[in-house]
Design a protein around this ligand. Structure first.
Ligand code: URP
Ligand code: ZN
Ligand code: ZN
Length: 482
C-alpha cells in the first residue's frame, strides 16, 4: 500500500500536544517527527489542524433485537456514522442464543453459537470492530465455555443486575463469572440497576394508569443504580477481579467508584454523553421517547457530578451506548438514496414499558464532547483523547494498535478542525434514524478527514469508505487496569 505523509499538524495524545508530521506505510504509523522525505509520497497538509488517534467507542449496540424490532443502525450504517464522527473502532455485543434442546440437530448453541452468528452479522462493518459477550444466562455449561472466549478474541463479559427474567443473572452467578474472568485475564462489565425494585415500581405505575415516557425514569430509581454499583464492587473485591461499570448515569455511582478506587479495588467506569447533557425533563417533552434509554437520564446535579468525575480522573472512558431507534418508524427516511422505515419508539405510544430502550450517539460523541467539554474548559484536549480513545483502547486490550499514534499503531488518524462551526442535527447525521438528540446545537470543532489504517474514508462530507472494510479485532486477555 502506498505511503502517506500528514504534515504541519498538531498531534494531540492522551498526555501531550506537539507539532509533528506522521509518516504512514502499509496502513501503520511508520514514524512521527519532522523533515520526512516527501518524494513519491501522498502528502496531506494539516496546517492549522489537530491530529487525533481515531476514536474508540467501547459500547455500541448494532442490529440489536429489542421489543419486536431491532436497533436501526446495523454494522455498516452504524460504523459509517461512527467514521463521520471521528470514531474508527467500535465494540459491539454478542448475544447468547436461546438454549439448544438436546438432540435438536443444532450444532452450535451457547457462547460459540452466539459468537459465530455475530461474526457473520458484523462482517459488513466499515470501521474496525470487536465485541463484548452479554452473559445473560449462567449455568454449568456456560461457565465451562467461558474460558474459550479469549481464544475467539473476546475478553469481556457484560452482566446485568436489572431486566429481570430477560438479561439479569443473580449475584451468585455474577460472583462466579467474576472469578472465571479473573482466572482467564478477562474483564466483567456491569449494568447497574435494581431489577427487583424496578419490577415493583413498574407494576404499580401501570396499575395507577401512568403511561408516559417520564415514568420510565420514575420506575428506575437512581438509588438502585448506586446500590447495584456498590454491590458489584463488593463482589469484585471478594473475587479479587477487575470490574468496569458501564453507562454511569448518577452522582452516587461516581462517589461509589471513587470510594472503591481509593481502597485499591480494580474498578473502572464509563459514562455516555446523554448522561452529561440531558435530564428527566427531556422525558417530559411531547417527544420525550427520543430520550428514553436504560438506565434513564437523571438530573442536572447528576450531569454536573459526572463531569467532575471525568475531569478528576474518577471515570476512565466515555462510550455512547449507541442503540438507536426511529422516533416514528412508520415514516420512511432516505438513507443512501433509498427509503427505509424501521419500527421504533412509536411501538410504545401509550405504554412506556413498550418503548424500545436506547438512543443514537455513535457519530455525535466526539463533536459534542469537543464543544461542550474542551470548548467550555471542562476537559483538556488531552483528557478528551484519553477518555474517548486511549483509555478504552487500553482497558479493552487494543492498545497501542488503537488509541495511539505511535510507530507501529494502526494509522487511524483524525484530522480535526478545531475552528469548524456547524449547526448540528439530523441533517448532518449519518446515524440511520429520524432524529438527533443535539438538534440545533451550535458546535465548534469537527473531524475534517478520517483515515482508517491509512485509507481516507471520510473527507469533509464525502464518504469514501465501504461496507466490509472494517476488520475484526481479536483482543488479548490481561489488559491493564486504568
Ligand atoms: O437503553 C439502552 N441503553 N439500551 C441498550 C441496552 C443496555 O443496557 O445497554
Ligand atoms: Zn446496559
Ligand atoms: Zn448498552
Amino acid at each position: 500500500m502506498s505511503t502517506l505523509l500528514v504534515t504541519n499538524g498538531t498531534l494531540v495524545t492522551d498526555t501531550a500536544t506537539f507539532a509533528a508530521d506522521i509518516l504512514v506505510r502499509d496502513g501503520k504509523i511508520a514514524a512521527v517527527g519532522s523533515d520526512f522525505q516527501a518524494a513519491g509520497v501522498e502528502v496531506v497538509d494539516a496546517a492549522g489542524k489537530l491530529l487525533l488517534p481515531g476514536g474508540v467507542d467501547p459500547h455500541v449496540h448494532l442490529d440489536l433485537p429489542m421489543f419486536g424490532t431491532t436497533s436501526s443502525d446495523d454494522h455498516y450504517t452504524g460504523t459509517k456514522a461512527a467514521a463521520f464522527g471521528g470514531t474508527t473502532t467500535v465494540i459491539d455485543f454478542v448475544s447468547l442464543p436461546p438454549p439448544v434442546p438436546p438432540h435438536s440437530g443444532v450444532e452450535w448453541g451457547g457462547i460459540k453459537g452466539g459468537v459465530a452468528s455475530w461474526r457473520v452479522k458484523a462482517e459488513k462493518a466499515a470501521v474496525d470492530y470487536s465485541a463484548h459477550m452479554n452473559l445473560t444466562r449462567f449455568d454449568e455449561a456456560i461457565a465451562a465455555e467461558l474460558p474459550s472466549l479469549p481464544g475467539m478474541g473476546i475478553t469481556t463479559l457484560k452482566v446485568f443486575t436489572a431486566y429481570n427474567g430477560r438479561l439479569r443473572i443473580d449475584d451468585g452467578s455474577i460472583f462466579k463469572a467474576l472469578r472465571i474472568a479473573r482466572d482467564h485475564g478477562m474483564l466483567v462489565l456491569l449494568h447497574a440497576e435494581n431489577g427487583d425494585v424496578i419490577d415493583v415500581l413498574v407494576a404499580e405505575a401501570l396499575a395507577a394508569g401512568h403511561r408516559t415516557p417520564e415514568w420510565h425514569a420514575r420506575t428506575r430509581p437512581a438509588w438502585g443504580a448506586v446500590e447495584a454499583a456498590l454491590r458489584a464492587f463488593a463482589l469484585a473485591a471478594t473475587a479479587d477481579a477487575p470490574l468496569y461499570l458501564v453507562h454511569m448515569n448518577v452522582a452516587g455511582e461516581v462517589d461509589m467508584l471513587r470510594y472503591a478506587r481509593e481502597r485499591g479495588l480494580k474498578v473502572m467506569g464509563e459514562t455516555c454523553p446523554q448522561y452529561l447533557f440531558f435530564t428527566d425533563d427531556d422525558l417530559r417533552r411531547p417527544d420525550g421517547a427520543k430520550w428514553l434509554c436504560s438506565p434513564p437520564v437523571r438530573s442536572a446535579a447528576d450531569n454536573a457530578r459526572l463531569w467532575e468525575g471525568l475531569a478528576d480522573g474518577t471515570i476512565q472512558t466515555i462510550g455512547t451506548d449507541h442503540c438507536p431507534f426511529f422516533f416514528d418508524g412508520t415514516k420512511p427516511i432516505l438513507y443512501e438514496g433509498k427509503e427505509i422505515a424501521i419500527p421504533g419508539k412509536e411501538l410504545g405510544a401509550g405504554d412506556f414499558t413498550k418503548i424500545p430502550n436506547g438512543l443514537p450517539g455513535i457519530q455525535d460523541r466526539l463533536p459534542v464532547l469537543w464543544t461542550a467539554g474542551v470548548g467550555s474548559g471542562k476537559l483538556t484536549a488531552n483528557q478528551f483523547v484519553a477518555l474517548t480513545s486511549t483509555n478504552p483502547a487500553k482497558i479493552f486490550g487494543l492498545y497501542p494498535r488503537k488509541g495511539a499514534l505511535l510507530p507501529g499503531s494502526d494509522a487511524d488518524i483524525v484530522v480535526w478542525d478545531p475552528e469548524k462551526k456547524v449547526s448540528y442535527g439530523v441533517a448532518l447525521s449519518h446515524q440511520r434514524t429520524d432524529y438527533n438528540l443535539y438538534e440545533g446545537w451550535e458546535l465548534t470543532g469537527m473531524p475534517e478527514k478520517v483515515f482508517l489504517r491509512g485509507r481516507l474514508i471520510v473527507d469533509g462530507e464525502q464518504w469514501l469508505g465501504r461496507a466490509g472494510m472494517g476488520e475484526f479485532l481479536p483482543r488479548q486477555p490481561g489488559a491493564p487496569i486504568q
